[in-house]
Design a protein around this ligand. Structure first.
Ligand code: URA
Length: 232
C-alpha cells in the first residue's frame, strides 16, 4: 500500500495532510525516514509519525449513541442519516450501520466498514443479544411478560424466547437475539401495549458507554473489537 494511504488510515487524517507530513520528513517506516509518498509500505511495518508510534487500522468500529430523527442508512434524499453525525473526514472509510434502529429509537448503533463482522453480528444463527430499555403506554402485567418471553406472533413470525426485566409498571429492559423489522415494538403490540420510547442499551455483549451523549460516538477499544469478533 502507498505510504500516504498507510499514514492517513493510521492517523485518521486526509491524504493531503499525510503527504505533507511525509514531505516534511516526519514519517518513519521501520526506523527509516521516508519522504516518498508512493513508497510501498506494508500493514505490518512499524510506522512512526511525528515521533509517535501509529498503528495501521484495517477496519473502523464506532459505538454511536444514536439520537432520534436520524435513519440507520448511509444515504437518503429526504432524511438525515446516522453518517451525518460524523465529521467529514470519516467519509472515505465507507462506514455503514451494522443493523438498524428505527428513526425514533435511540442508543447503541455500531458503525463499521468490516462487512464480514457486521454480517456475523446480524446473522440470526449467531443469536447476538441486543438489550433495549422500553417505556410503554400501559402497565405491563406478569402475564404479558411471560407471553413475550415465550415468543409472540408479530405478523406471520413467532419471535424466539426473550428476557424481560421489569423496572417499573411501564418500563422494562428486554433482551432479544433477533433483529426483525420493528421487532420490539411489534412484540409489545402483540400483547395490546405500545412502546412510547425505545433505547438500545447494549449490543453483542457491549454496553452503551454512558459517557456518550446522544449523537456522540467513539472508537471501540481493542478489547471491545475482540468481543464482537472484529479485527483492528
Ligand atoms: N425494535 C424496534 O421495534 N425498533 C428498533 O429500532 C429496534 C428494535
Amino acid at each position: 500500500m502507498r505510504l500516504d494511504k498507510f499514514v492517513s488510515d493510521a492517523m485518521g487524517i486526509t491524504r493531503k495532510d499525510s503527504k505533507n507530513l511525509i514531505k516534511k520528513g516526519l514519517v518513519e517506516v521501520n526506523g527509516e525516514i521516508i519522504k516518498d509518498a508512493g513508497f510501498n509500505a506494508n500493514e505490518t511495518d512499524e510506522l512512526v509519525v511525528e515521533g509517535k508510534r501509529a498503528e495501521y487500522k484495517k477496519f473502523i468500529y464506532l459505538m454511536m449513541n444514536k439520537p432520534q430523527g436520524y435513519i440507520s442508512a448511509t444515504d437518503d434524499h429526504r432524511q438525515k442519516t446516522v453518517l451525518d453525525l460524523l465529521p467529514e473526514n470519516f467519509s472515505r472509510y465507507d462506514l455503514f450501520p451494522a443493523g438498524r434502529l428505527d428513526i425514533d429509537t435511540e442508543g447503541f448503533l455500531l458503525l463499521t466498514n468490516d462487512g464480514q463482522t457486521a454480517h456475523n453480528l446480524l446473522s440470526p444463527s449467531k443469536k447476538v443479544g441486543k438489550e433495549y430499555f422500553a417505556r410503554l403506554e400501559k402497565p405491563l402485567s406478569e402475564n404479558d411478560i411471560a407471553t413475550i418471553e415465550e415468543g409472540v406472533d408479530i405478523g406471520g413470525y413467532v419471535t424466539k424466547p426473550a428476557k424481560i426485566v421489569q423496572e417499573s409498571d411501564r418500563e422494562c429492559v428486554i433482551t432479544i437475539v433477533e433483529g426483525k423489522f420493528h421487532q420490539v415494538k411489534k412484540m409489545f403490540e402483540a400483547v395490546g401495549n405500545k412502546v412510547v420510547y425505545l433505547k438500545r442499551i447494549s449490543f453483542a455483549s457491549l454496553p452503551l458507554d454512558p459517557s456518550l451523549s446522544l449523537g456522540e460516538y467513539r472508537h471501540l477499544t481493542e478489547d471491545e473489537v475482540k468481543i464482537i469478533g472484529g479485527s483492528y
